[in-house]
Design a protein around this ligand. Structure first.
Ligand SMILES: [Ca+2]
Ligand SMILES: [Ca+2]
Length: 174
């Protein structure tokens, strides 16, 4: 099984987080990504936003611990560490919390599902076009009922973090 696709995904994730483009990511940059997402969704400082920020902090802590730093992480360190801990139960727990918090945050009307409108709202700041977001949404909505359930979010995120299939639904999740 090729790990090149996985490495590209972790690399892309790194590039997204490295907002000042200096080749390092810091805890503050990850926290800023969480704040931006919450702000886009009109959830700044809400309980959902705080839960997402805490889950993001634990995600940083897990990878930073693996790298052996508390300061900043280079792209190669990030990709290596993510690979090494991807299948550990502790990291799976951290990722599951982040997935749940992300789903809850994006579900702004609280009906348990992410609608296309909610999904597009979440993607607005990332620079993705509405059409790109709509295509990504369609891939995630595997049962085709026009909304993304918690299970569909979890499946897409799991595929994102573990699948080396370049066509996996979750590849457009982040
Ligand atoms: Ca909803
Ligand atoms: Ca669905």
């Amino acid at each position: 099984m090729s790990t090149a696709v996985l490495e590209r995904k972790y690399q892309k994730l790194f590039t997204n987080y490295d907002s000042d483009g200096d080749g390092f990511i810091t805890r503050a940059e990850l926290e800023a990504s969480s704040t931006n997402l919450s702000r886009n969704l009109g959830e700044e400082d809400s309980p959902k936003a705080r839960r997402h920020a805490e889950a993001t902090g634990r995600y940083w802590d897990a990878i930073a611990r693996q790298v052996g730093t508390t300061d900043r992480i280079r792209a190669e360190e990030w990709v290596d560490a993510a690979h090494q801990i991807a299948t550990t139960p502790e990291f799976k727990q951290v990722i599951n919390e982040l997935i749940d918090a992300t789903h809850e945050l994006c579900d702004t009307d609280g009906d348990g599902h992410i609608s296309l409108r909610e999904f597009q709202q979440a993607h607005r700041a990332s620079g993705a076009s509405e059409a790109d977001a709509a295509r990504a949404f369609e891939r995630m909505d595997t049962d085709g009922d026009g909304r993304v359930s918690r299970e569909e979010t979890a499946r897409a995120a799991r595929e994102y973090f573990t699948s080396s299939d370049p066509k996996a639904a979750g590849n457009s999740f982040f």
